[in-house]
Design a protein. Structure first.
Length: 298
């Protein structure tokens, strides 16, 4: 099952995409308005709407669409389908213009086909825009990571995939050690900075196929795709070492260091999502109780 677009774009990407979509939508509404005006009042100007071999690339929406470089967006089916509908709309316009040129007016069937595709395209872009705006509810705005709701969506998709393809993965629940003491001593602004640096460190040191989410407070979950607990332990150990080497500057030229505890559990078709997370949570509790800055496999 395809991963939801909102799980693959960060908050800044959401904002940029939303603004670009709004502008592209407004531009295409104006383009359609100009087209209808030309059909009624200035048919001699219609050729301007189909003057190249690829007119779908000439309009402002097409210029935006074919300039997108974000791979998550480019490979997403909703974005691909939007481009196909947009191209079909322009082809239908070219058919209209050909018949205007040859007969002085288009056939009724050609015009109705254009209006049908026009409605389909506008509905597609509105739906795509709406879904992108709604996607913000799945992002933790402090760390810009997927949040707990996004994690739930993703794990449901993965569990279905595991049941179809019969392989095992694993999850790790991790927690910043003594985070409450950091907040109490240095204040919440420093605590927020710690969470941001911590999440960025994790995000830049896991594989693209893995999934990182902020679970709540100072707790995070990493889903290790097609990776058993033993191999996940090795990845977690590298992360643990990286984290304990970090320092964060606070007031008066002081620095604080971080450590983190991990709990790892299997994620497979024999357990529910809730059970897998509970097992990882139990392992995390054991890591905390045995001294912190440790990794425990349940």
């Amino acid at each position: 099952m395809e991963t939801e677009l909102q799980l693959t774009l960060k908050k800044k990407d959401f904002e940029n995409l939303t603004e670009a979509l709004k502008l592209a939508f407004d531009n295409h509404l104006q383009w359609l308005s100009d087209l209808n005006f030309a059909m009624i009042c200035q048919p001699e100007q219609l050729i301007q709407f189909c003057k190249s071999a690829e007119p779908h690339r000439d309009c402002k929406f097409g210029q935006w669409y074919y300039s997108v470089e974000n791979s998550a967006l480019l490979n997403h089916s909703s974005f691909i389908n939007l481009g196909k509908t947009h191209k079909t709309l322009h082809l239908s316009v070219c058919n209209l213009i050909d018949e205007f040129t040859e007969y002085g007016k288009p056939k009724q069937t050609t015009y109705l086909d254009f209006k049908r595709i026009e409605e389909l395209f506008l509905n597609d872009i509105k739906r795509f825009l709406h879904n992108n705006i709604e996607a913000g509810v799945n992002t933790d705005h402090l760390t810009e990571l997927p949040n707990r709701h996004a994690l739930d969506i993703f794990l449901k998709q993965e569990l279905k995939r595991i049941k179809r393809q019969n392989y095992h993965s694993s999850i790790a629940m991790l927690d910043i050690d003594y985070f409450k003491a950091i907040n109490d001593k240095h204040g919440h602004s420093v605590g927020d900075a710690v969470l941001q640096k911590f999440s960025n460190l994790l995000a830049t040191n896991i594989r693209d196929c893995d999934f990182l989410a902020r679970y709540g407070g100072e707790e995070f979950i990493i889903y290790f795709s097609e990776t058993d607990c033993t191999d996940s332990f090795e990845v977690a150990e590298k992360l643990r070492n990286l984290i304990q080497q970090q320092t964060i500057a606070v007031a008066n030229n002081q620095f604080i260091s971080l450590t983190c505890s991990f709990g790892i559990a299997e994620f497979n078709e024999n357990k529910s999502i809730k059970e897998s997370i509970a097992d990882a949570d139990k392992a995390l509790y054991q890591a905390k109780e045995s001294g912190r800055n440790k990794i425990v496999i349940n």
